[in-house]
Design a protein around this ligand. Structure first.
Ligand SMILES: [Zn+2]
Length: 330
């Protein structure tokens, strides 16, 4: 994941700040609470072991850095998995320019489930690995790629498990899954110079060339959803652009007993893929991202420790339950 700009500490400040198009109201919250109590019967349940296996498999290719053999192999794997689970699959390929002028082969892997349905929702996550462990305490690691078990493979794993469940039991709503590439190739902390829009290159490309025929009514982005002792709070971009989705998702999390992890308070001003998605496509899109006041992103973020050993499958389970319930309640 990318970066945060600043953190506003008070919840009051947060509410006063949410002046965007999707300001939440008491009615929205009541509506969300009603929805979260809706009876939903799902035959198949999200399985954290299967999800962890999807995560491990991606890491077994090695760091999925753009232009690497691991990137190519993993893109084929992701496309094949989505196809196996019944999606109509497209791989959006293009050359994009990195902050340092390097031309990168970008591969956004997209799966459409029940493409004939006009009523649709969309999920996003980035699947690429950052080429620099530039947040590592050991400077020798700064030019080494991140394994990206959490920051890349975790969201992808949760959405592959969702795809597997949707093949067993189709939801009422059409679902698009977008695995975004070249999210994490932004200028490293040791680079000199000022750069603009150097992160989320796959997302910026997708936003300019969206794949859909029927525009999804809202979107959910997952980023770093497999760490230990996580905290999912509400970032400012999500609240401003997609307040009604935030209310829906957080009340579902509460109804599942995850209210201590999905806390209803502000979680910083985070520049992630959802910023570009909201700006470029106007699909109200929120982010589920692990960010804690004081700590910031997980300790493994952009370090050599972002490996499968530091993943907690119970976190995948929590996020997976929330995602699956959201889909099948539509
Ligand atoms: Zn990252």
């Amino acid at each position: 994941m990318v970066k945060y700009l600043f953190v506003m500490l008070s919840f009051c400040g947060f509410v006063a700040c949410g002046s965007g198009a999707q300001q939440s109201s008491a009615t929205d919250v009541q509506q969300s609470e009603k929805e979260s109590k809706k009876e939903v019967k799902i035959k198949s349940k999200f399985n954290k072991d299967t999800a962890f296996a999807f995560l491990k498999k991606q890491c077994d290719f090695g760091p999925r850095v753009p232009n690497s053999a691991a990137q190519k192999a993993c893109a084929s794997y992701l496309a094949a998995e989505l196809k196996r689970f019944g999606a109509e699959v497209t791989v959006q390929e293009a050359k994009v320019k990195a902050y340092d002028g390097t031309m990168l082969d970008m591969k956004n892997v997209i799966g459409c489930f029940q493409p004939e349905k006009q009523d649709r929702i969309i999920f996003f996550t980035h699947w690429d690995s950052r080429p620099y462990c530039d947040n590592d305490d050991n400077k020798d690691n700064h030019n080494k790629p991140v394994m990206a078990a959490n920051d890349g493979a975790s969201g992808t794993a949760v959405l592959l498990e969702l795809a597997r469940l949707m093949q067993q039991e189709a939801p009422n709503v059409g679902v698009d899954i977008v695995f975004l590439d070249v999210e994490d190739y932004g200028a490293p902390s040791f680079a000199k110079g000022q750069y603009k829009d150097d992160w989320c290159l796959g997302t910026q490309y997708w936003g300019a060339h969206p794949h859909y025929t029927y525009k999804p009514k809202y979107g959910i982005l997952l980023d770093m959803v497999g760490g230990r002792d996580p905290l999912f709070a509400i970032d400012i971009v999500s609240q401003q652009y997609a307040g009604f989705v935030v209310n829906k998702v957080w009340s579902i999390a509460g109804s599942l007993g995850y209210g201590n992890t999905f806390v209803y308070r502000e979680g910083g001003n985070i520049m992630d893929d959802h910023y570009y998605i909201n700006k470029l496509t106007q699909i109200p899109t929120m982010d589920i991202i692990d960010f804690k006041e004081g700590r910031g992103f997980p300790d493994t973020w952009h370090t050599a420790n972002d490996t499968p050993e530091n993943i907690d499958p119970n976190t995948l389970q929590m996020v997976g339950d929330v995602v699956v319930t959201t889909v099948y309640r539509e």
